[in-house]
Structures are given as structure tokens and as C-alpha cells.
Design a protein around this ligand. Structure first.
Ligand code: CAA
Length: 378
């Protein structure tokens, strides 16, 4: 089955590719090496309606489909995976508001995020609740017209910059996944503080921090979805989020292939280009095979979501395959580049560091296998 992009999808892809090459690639090395949050890039993305691609125009979104969203994340991540994940997490934070928000919540909070007047964050993870997301210990206790939040969230992408976070906290006494509820926390109304800033190996331009909630009072109308259903809110949001990370990994893998082709044609040893060696040709053929398969898996999962069909397992398959592809072939890309690929500032060195995180965040590869097998064996 061929996956043929529509004319609109091709236009969005071309727009994102041109933007990535002109605006993102020239600063990508600096963003990575100096850990610079790409604020100006996000502002420019907002100007061309790419900060809320798959959300309805009535809330200021791009009004496009999820395949288009995946195309944009792929193009941006091809040149700068840091910017890719900043955009992906900003998009992830909007998803539960659209899926589970009341009309009032959508009208109030979505335009702030779609316009990038505020950056979004998704606050699920804690020190003791990573893969075991149901172990959330942060509490939310009703006190009059407010919920009072206490606890510390960890590893929050966009943490230090986020003006709005969707937060999961325990409201009931139920064990594990039971008794967790979701909240929209607006920092200017319900202040919280930023804790430890992680000094990461890759995606260094995206800032990853703790968020500390100490008697943080959130208006009770900011409860998102039903009381006690916060785990499901989180999981349903992550289903879509995982397509975004799969697209990020696809972009990284495509960049590994592109760099390997370019370098192996340019670089001469023994009086001929590296590309004339069968060992190199086979590495490139294997990369191309996995990149093509990755692309089909991403577009398939996004297309199922666009068509209102179940896609949780397909999103997990796409994320698992694409992230393992990015990891496997970023190592091969360095092998092709030899010593020139092993130094700071080389693109393939950055691609390797960025590839690794795609096997970890929004559910490790082991979590994706749990989701896939649970779907098949139930
Ligand atoms: N949609 C809706 N509901 C879902 C769901 C989904 N995709 N998946 C599970 N549920 C429901 C189940 O139906 C079940 O409901 P009932 O209790 O009514 O039967 C409930 O949720 C509990 O489900 P499980 O028993 O499957 O839960 P579990 O405790 O075994 O956990 C897990 C399963 C897949 C391991 C889950 O904990 C998980 O996904 N962990 C990884 C967490 C994660 O991805 N974190 C990412 C953080 S955000 C991030 O990384 C962003 C970033 O920085 C880039």
C-alpha cells in the first residue's frame, strides 16, 4: 500500500522543510552545544501557524491533520531534534485540553497555547513514577473553590518556560492508576517553582526540569476530565504524543541517511569515494530500508488517528521502530564518517546523542512493547 500525501499535506511539508533549512539548521549546533531554548524559532513557527498544527482553527490552531503534524516534526527534527521535541511537547500539552476540556476550558486555554503566548508542559513523571506512571504521589486536595497541589514533578520538558502545564495528581485514596486526576495549571494564577535543571546528553536545547508544587492553589474549575480519570487522560494524550516522537526519530534517521550519502560520495580514500565500497553501500541500503519502513509506520498511525480509528498500538509500534532505527543508524552514520563523525560539532555526533532519548521519553521501548503485547494478548 503506497501512502500518497494530499496536496495540502505536501504544501505543509514544503513549508516546514523550507523553514527548517532557513531558520532552524543554521543555529542548530549552537542550540545543542550551548543548550539554548529556541524561543525565537518557536515565535517564528507561531507566525506561520505551526505551533498547533493539528488543532481546530476556532481555537487558533492550524486546522490541519495529524499526518501534517508528523510531517512538520519530521522536517524540524531532521535539522534540530531539540526544536522538534519543544514543539512536540507543546503540542502534547494541548491535546488533553482539546480531548477532555469543557467548552470553557478550551476557549480559555487553547488560544494561549496555539498562539504560543504561553508554552505548554505535560507534568506526569515523578522521581518514583516514570515507567510506572500510575505511581504518581503528588496530591491535590479540595479546599473550598481550589485544589491544593503538593509534590514534585521530574523530567518535565519545557519545564522552566511553561506558562501552562497539564498536571496529573492523586485526588483519591485508590491505589496505582486509580484516584489520579488531571488539572490545567496556569503558572501566573497558581504559581509553582522550577527545581533541578537536567544537564542532558542530547536534545540539549529543550529544557528539562523539576517542577515543585508547594500548596499550589488551582481553581477547581481547572480539573480536566472527570475526577479519578487522570491516568486515562494522560494515556490517551500520550498515544498521540508517541506519534510525534516517532516522527522526531524518523527525522533523525533520515538525517543520518542524508549525511551518510553526502559524506560517502565526497570523502576519498584509496583514490576513490567511500561510496564505491560495498561495505558502505550496504550500510546505506540498510539505513534506507529502515527509514522507509519508519515513515510508513508514522504516517499509518497518524492516518488512523485522523480517521477516528484505534491507533494506540500502531503509535507504539511506530515509536518503537523509529526510535530503534534512529539509534541503530546514528551509530552506523558515525562509522561511515570515521573520526570526523566522532567530534563535538559534527552533525552525526549530535544525531547519535539526540537519537538515544527517543528510546526513552514518552514511554521507553520496553513500555511500547508492553502496550503492543497488551493489545495483542488481551
Ligand atoms: N487510553 C486510555 N486509557 C488507557 C490507555 C490508553 N492508551 N492505556 C491504559 N488505559 C487505561 C486502562 O484501560 C486501565 O483502565 P481501567 O483501570 O478502567 O481498566 C487503566 O488505564 C490502567 O491501565 P494499565 O493497567 O494498562 O496501566 P499500567 O499501570 O499497567 O501502566 C503503562 C501501563 C503502559 C506501563 C503506562 O504506565 C505507561 O504508559 N508508562 C509510561 C509513561 C510515559 O510514557 N511517560 C511519558 C511522560 S511524558 C514525556 O515523556 C514527555 C516528554 O518529555 C517528551
Amino acid at each position: 500500500m503506497a501512502f500518497i500525501l494530499t496536496e495540502e499535506q505536501k504544501l505543509i511539508q514544503a513549508l516546514a522543510r523550507e523553514f527548517a533549512e532557513k531558520e532552524v539548521e543554521p543555529i542548530a549546533i549552537k542550540v545543542d552545544l550551548d543548550g539554548i531554548y529556541p524561543d525565537e524559532t518557536m515565535k517564528k513557527l507561531a507566525q506561520i501557524d505551526l505551533t498547533a498544527i493539528p488543532y481546530p482553527c476556532e481555537y487558533g490552531g492550524g486546522g490541519a491533520d495529524y499526518v501534517s503534524y508528523a510531517l512538520v516534526i519530521e522536517e524540524i527534527s531532521k535539522v534540530c531534534a531539540s526544536t522538534g521535541v519543544v514543539l512536540a511537547c507543546h503540542t502534547l500539552a494541548q491535546s488533553p485540553i482539546l480531548q477532555f476540556g469543557t467548552p470553557e476550558q478550551k476557549a480559555k486555554f487553547l488560544p494561549m497555547l496555539t498562539s504560543y503566548n504561553m508554552l505548554g508542559g505535560f507534568a506526569l513523571t515523578e522521581a518514583g513514577a516514570g515507567t510506572d506512571a500510575g505511581a504518581v504521589a503528588t496530591t491535590a486536595v479540595l479546599d473550598g473553590d481550589h485544589y491544593v497541589i503538593n509534590g514534585t514533578k521530574s523530567w518535565i520538558t519545557n519545564g522552566d518556560r511553561a506558562g501552562i502545564v497539564v498536571l496529573m495528581a492523586r485526588t483519591g485514596t485508590g491505589e496505582g492508576t486509580k484516584g489520579i486526576s488531571a488539572f490545567i495549571v496556569e503558572k501566573s494564577v497558581s504559581p509553582f517553582t522550577v527545581g533541578k535543571h537536567e544537564d542532558k546528553m542530547g536534545v540539549r536545547g529543550s529544557h528539562t526540569t523539576e517542577l515543585i508544587f508547594k500548596n499550589c492553589r488551582v481553581p477547581k474549575e481547572n480539573l480536566l476530565g472527570k475526577i479519578g480519570e487522570g491516568f486515562k487522560v494522560a494515556m490517551a494524550s500520550l498515544d498521540g504524543g508517541r506519534i510525534g516522537i516517532a516522527a522526531q526519530a524518523l527525522g533523525i534517521a533520515q538525517a543520518c541517511l542524508d549525511e551518510s550519502i553526502r559524506y560517502s560520495k565526497e570523502r576519498k580514500q584509496f583514490g576513490r569515494p567511500l561510496a564505491s565500497n560495498q561495505a558502505i553501500q550496504w550500510m546505506i541500503a540498510d539505513m534506507a530500508k529502515d527509514v522507509m519502513a519508519s515513515r510508513m509506520l508514522v504516517y499509518n498511525a497518524a492516518s488512523l488517528k485522523d480517521n477516528g480509528m484505534p491507533f494506540s498500538m500502531e503509535a507504539a509500534v511506530a515509536k518503537l521502530f523509529c526510535s530503534e532505527t534512529a539509534m541503530k543508524h546514528s551509530i552506523k552514520a558515525i562509522q561511515i564518517h570515521g573520526g570526523y563523525g566522532y567530534v563535538r560539532g559534527s552533525k552525526v555526533e549530535r544525531l547519535l546523542r539526540d537519537a538515544k532519548i527517543t528510546e526513552i521519553y514518552e514511554g521507553t521501548s520496553e513500555v511500547q512493547r508492553m502496550v503492543i503485547s497488551a493489545n495483542l494478548l488481551r
